[in-house]
Design a protein around this ligand. Structure first.
Ligand SMILES: [Zn+2]
Length: 235
């Protein structure tokens, strides 16, 4: 039987290959460790009950699921991209370690979330992941979750996303802040902390921001004009 090649078939393949490689390394030379790549839910859904996640793994006294997502967004993940969440939650309640690994393709960085963390927050149909650390590889993201995958941590190259300058930087000297009303977690880098306390640096930053906003506004106006033009003269 052929499933027909979906135009979505290759979306996320890069991310899944990286996770397969990390799990293969995890299970290598370890007779007590096993992982399975579950059938692609997009293809299987029409024929058999879709899989609970992309991977499941087993080892002595422990088991779990891993779902892999690839997105171009730098810090958001659409809820609709993880329809398996309730089933993963069920497996988690049964004692599994259930993780969602997100590959941000435009940044070439990874984040990892426990399913239980994704049950409790989110807005407008997506999760804001700025409160989660970013990693340079799937292996490191997995390794960060604790003892089970710690053998995958070869080097520490932890990067943290600064909500204020919107950059990823090495994780030293960051402060963690909680938004007073919506309680989202944010990180502020050492440079941005300095800017907050030094009036001169702050004035400089504000002047810079005004320029950036002007540029963005000009781009938006241009795009809107182009869209309007296209509407008027359909090709
Ligand atoms: Zn910053």
């Amino acid at each position: 039987m052929t499933f027909g090649k979906s135009r979505f078939a290759d979306r996320g393949k890069q991310a899944e290959d990286a996770v397969s490689e990390a799990l293969a390394r995890w299970a290598q030379d370890r007779p007590d460790r096993e992982f399975t790549r579950l059938l692609d839910t997009r293809a299987a859904g029409r024929v058999v009950k879709s899989a609970a996640a992309d991977y499941e793994f087993f080892t002595v006294g422990q088991h779990g699921l891993i779902e892999v997502k690839q997105t171009e967004h730098e810090y958001r993940l659409e809820r609709s991209k993880v329809p398996q969440l309730p089933r993963m939650r069920k497996r988690e309640l049964a004692g599994g370690l259930c993780l969602v690994l997100v590959y941000h393709s435009t940044l070439d960085l990874w984040r990892v979330m426990h399913v239980r963390d994704l049950m409790t927050f989110g807005d407008k149909g997506s999760w804001n992941l700025t409160g989660h650390l970013t990693y340079r590889s799937a292996a490191e993201a997995l390794g960060s979750t604790g003892d089970l995958f710690s053998s995958l941590l070869e080097t520490q190259s932890r990067l943290v996303y600064c909500h204020y300058c919107r950059k990823h930087k090495p994780g030293e000297g960051f402060i963690r802040l909680r938004h007073p009303t919506n309680s989202t977690v944010r990180f502020r880098c050492p440079t941005c902390q300095e800017v907050r306390t030094d009036p001169e640096a702050r004035a400089k930053r504000e002047r810079h921001d005004v320029e950036v906003r002007k540029g963005q506004q000009a781009t938006r106006t241009l795009l809107a004009a182009e869209a309007k033009e296209r509407k008027r003269k359909p090709t």
